[in-house]
Design a protein around this ligand. Structure first.
Ligand code: 6PG
Length: 253
């Protein structure tokens, strides 16, 4: 686990963009391809904006990149909370990514289960997975953390956290909150690189429990790649409670 703490959101975005492009270059050089599973939410928007601006847009070989999704709300594309729409509008549509290199979680299916199975099939076919319990090996998984310690659509206490065989599972939520589809822990933890982006005071307590206490009740604490690296980019506000602690951090001012 590598933890980098810096002054603000802008710093975090720039550092993440640098690491993502370095990983892309290495992966494309070695294997001719780079696969990334991206999250929605507020935090990564600035990263998508940066990656789709010059010079990133020009310098990245987008023809070698394949974009997947970490999770999605079971809502139509036009819905303001659609992660697909966010990723498509802020990144995919703005760079030279070939149209069939975007592999979204489709929500046009009649049921949540159908949509989940379709996404698992899509991933299975792409990565050539032959049996159940085989997992894709994404070059990059980009994650955020919620104030309650959730990550992807893996919420505290959820049955989804126990999943060991499936790549993606449906997540039903209480009240009027839209149901979701999420990659599972074994799918996330099989990645080559996992990057967490965490910014803002509101995240400070959850982050303390995830990084210092490694509290297993918080789903983000359960994200630990089996044979890959996990990098946290955290701004000062979110790092408020861990700044003085003895974590392996590099403060970059
Ligand atoms: C989503 C996510 C979710 C997110 C966290 C943090 O679609 O909302 O995948 O796990 O990363 O909730 O969200 P913010 O970046 O909006 O704080």
């Amino acid at each position: 686990m590598e933890i980098f703490i810096g002054p603000d959101h802008e710093w975090m975005t720039a550092e993440a963009a640098r690491l993502v492009t370095r990983k892309m270059e290495l992966s494309v050089r070695a294997n001719g391809i780079f696969t990334a599973a991206l999250s929605g939410g507020e935090t990564p928007k600035s990263l998508y904006r940066l990656l789709s601006s010059r010079p990133y847009r020009k310098n990245i070989d987008w023809r070698a990149v394949h974009v997947f999704m970490v999770d999605e709300r079971f809502v139509p594309y036009a819905h303001p909370e659609s992660n697909r729409r966010l990723i498509q509008e802020m990144l995919v549509d703005r760079v030279n990514l070939p149209i069939d290199h975007f592999h979204p979680i489709e929500t046009r299916y009649r049921t949540l289960s159908h949509a989940t199975i379709a996404y698992e099939k899509q991933i299975g076919a792409f990565f050539g997975l032959r049996k159940r319990s085989e997992f894709p090996r994404f070059d990059l998984v980009l994650l955020g953390i919620g104030e309650d310690g959730h990550t992807a659509s893996l919420f505290p206490g959820s049955r989804a956290l126990k999943e060991e065989k499936r790549i993606a599972v449906p997540v039903r939520r209480s009240g009027s909150r839209p149901a979701r589809i999420t990659l599972t822990l074994p799918a996330l933890n099989n990645a080559r690189t996992i990057i967490f982006l965490v910014s803002g005071k509101r995240k400070a307590s959850a982050l303390e429990r995830v990084i210092l206490e490694e509290d297993p009740l918080l789903p983000a604490s359960l994200v630990r790649p089996n044979r890959g690296s996990c990098v946290f980019f955290i701004d000062k506000e979110a790092a408020e409670h861990i700044l003085n602690a003895e974590v392996e951090s590099r403060v970059s001012e």
